[in-house]
Design a protein around this ligand. Structure first.
Ligand code: NCD
Length: 321
């Protein structure tokens, strides 16, 4: 993947996945995002003035699409939104023709969400050389900007990654967020990384990625500093992998009581959409350990940083000063 996402100088040209990236680059994204936040707010900056960013969403999304749109607008870019279910693909136009048309309109960046693994990667191989592609989620594969906003949030609350114990809980098998987060947390060097969930929802051989597997929630949560909860991705489940939502909550739902097993200062994260009462109790979502809405806010600055880095406009700005 890096053969495509990095240019000949090792700079990020497209942002397709976390796997294989160096920690320096991840830290650069986090530091750039931090530099865009001033007094908790993200100011409008001219880093992408004159550029056109296109949101190409082949799968529905609210949070991710809107934070990308806000991020592009805060960078002073022009933004086009395509909800592909309702536009040209239903008329049979093929993807390459669509990309050629957008290229002819002098677009600079495509933000792509698609249910097929490798969709963003495929586009990066076929677009004109001046265009950057950002993967906003490809099937069950990766969701790298979500991982970066999660890393930002962890660093904000916990500082250094090295001493941390992190647990990712729930439907690991169908989750691109889990996969990107596992890569990012390994690259940034947390001391212990756990995945917790029923056997049916944990892919076989995942230990090879450097994680410990727990099928019991209580043992998985013991003394962890960070808990990343995931929803059941029922739309991706081929067969009945699970008992009812109620039974799932009995075994794997995060409640106030179970949260006490973790470190007293543990933070609770969730990429959304949340299913209250299925993977997490409402009181935990709204409780004092939850940083879930902070994740959403951080998504704007982190996506701004990734857009400016891939289009190479940060260095231009420095040079012009
Ligand atoms: C995630 C996604 O779409 O992969 N959500 C998100 O981006 N905020 C997780 C999910 O759908 O469960």
């Amino acid at each position: 993947m890096n053969a495509i996402q990095l240019d000949s100088k090792g700079c990020l040209k497209h942002f397709l996945g976390i796997e294989g990236l160096k920690s320096d680059l991840l830290i650069k994204i986090l530091d750039t995002a931090a530099s865009l936040i001033n007094n908790k707010a993200v100011k409008k900056v001219p880093l992408l003035r004159g550029k056109t960013v296109v949101n190409l969403f082949f799968e529905p999304s609210t949070r991710t699409r809107t934070t990308f749109e806000l991020a592009a607008k805060r960078l002073s870019a022009d933004v086009l939104n395509f909800n592909i279910n309702t536009s040209s693909s239903s008329k049979g136009e093929n993807l390459i023709d669509m990309l050629r048309n957008l290229d002819a309109m002098h677009c600079d960046m495509f933000i792509v969400r698609h249910n097929a693994v490798g969709a963003a990667h495929f586009m990066a191989q076929h677009v004109a050389p001046q265009i950057s592609i950002i993967n906003a989620g490809d099937g069950q594969h990766e969701h790298p900007t979500q991982a970066m906003l999660d890393m930002y949030t962890i660093r904000q609350y916990k500082g250094d990654f090295a001493p941390l114990r992190v647990a990712i809980v729930g439907d690991i098998r169908h989750s691109r967020v889990a996969r990107s987060n596992i890569h990012a947390l390994r690259i940034l060097g947390v001391s212990e990384l756990r995945v917790v969930g029923p056997k049916t929802l944990i892919p076989k051989g995942i230990e090879a990625l450097g994680v410990k597997v727990f099928n019991n929630l209580k043992s998985g949560l013991r003394d962890v500093d960070v808990i990343i909860m995931l929803r059941l991705q029922r739309e991706r489940m081929q067969s009945a992998l699970l008992p009812s939502a109620n039974e799932y909550f009995q075994s794997y739902g995060l409640t106030e009581e179970r949260l006490k097993i973790a470190h007293p200062e543990a933070i609770v994260m969730h990429p959304g959409p949340i299913n209250r009462g299925v993977e997490i109790d409402s009181s935990v979502v709204d409780g004092k350990r939850s940083v879930i809405l902070q994740q959403v806010s951080n998504g704007i600055a982190v996506r701004m940083a990734i857009m400016a880095i891939t289009l190479g406009t940060l260095s231009e700005q420095k040079e012009s000063h």
